[in-house]
Design a protein. Structure first.
Length: 257
């Protein structure tokens, strides 16, 4: 079972999923991916959870795909299984709840893609990042979708073609991570981020859904979708409370809906 590969904790409206194979730098084997899928699904279905955090145990976030777990066995027959990682990315993007990657160490290959796929990516300043698959005759196929959502196309392709690793500072300039901090400040940065995400839950859900929906559409279609989104947000209790609190110069008491 996957339970020993993923630690799931829920506290104060935050669900934390920790990849738990530190001796091997938390590779993304079948069990780990299934654990992440199950854990993300559990968090999405829990009305008490408003934010999902993904991190790694030990000194690494994730070294990427587990090439020692029968990756080359029955390439065609295992085609559907390889789609489970794509399913995980779809859950993260379509689930309706903000996601935060707490990148506590090296994030490579699929691990880098998973970190970039989260809405907010906090990274320690001494991590190694990149997509080195080409060096072993492979290609970072599914995480291409994640990288292209965050990085300039030319920069993403150069990393894929060369397989070189980059520093967190370069990743920050490219848009792959959101913030770079010393390891000693990672949890403080996470706490600050989680505190900043405790605004109106309704507006955040509707706004995030609209953002995801228009991220790959043409501008005219996007504007129609965003106009409808603005009307939906304007009708929420959170919006009414937020505007009233602003006018009355007091903190808002958000409650959702």
């Amino acid at each position: 079972m996957w339970e020993h590969m993923i630690m799931y904790e829920s506290s104060d409206s935050v669900a934390t999923l920790t990849m738990n194979d530190p001796e091997r730098r938390n590779p993304l084997g079948d069990e780990t991916i299934e654990g992440l899928i199950d854990g993300v699904g559990r968090a999405l279905g829990d009305p008490e959870v408003s934010v999902i955090v993904i991190t790694g145990a030990g000194a690494a976030f994730s070294a990427g795909g587990d090439l020692a777990s029968g990756f080359f066995d029955d390439p065609v027959g295992r085609h559907a299984e390889r789609g489970r990682f794509a399913h995980l990315l779809r859950l993260l993007w379509r689930g309706g709840k903000p996601t935060v990657a707490r990148v506590n160490g090296h994030a490579l290959a699929g691990g880098f893609g998973l970190a970039v796929a989260c809405d907010i990516t906090l990274c320690v300043d001494d991590a190694r990042l990149g997509v080195p698959e080409v060096k072993v005759g492979l290609w970072p196929m599914m995480i291409t979708a994640a990288l292209l959502r965050a990085m300039p196309q030319k920069a993403a392709l150069e990393l894929m073609l060369t397989g070189r690793t980059i520093t967190p500072e370069e990743a920050l300039r490219l848009g792959a991570v959101s913030r770079v901090v010393p390891a000693s400040q990672l949890d403080t940065a996470l706490e600050d981020t989680l505190a900043a995400l405790r605004h109106g839950p309704s507006s955040m859900t509707l706004g995030r859904d609209a953002f995801m929906a228009v991220s790959s559409t043409d501008p005219d279609t996007a504007l129609d979708r965003l106009q409808a989104g603005l009307t939906a947000v304007a009708g929420t209790r959170d919006a009414r409370e937020g505007v009233a609190a602003f006018a009355e110069k007091r903190p808002p008491a958000f409650g959702g809906h």
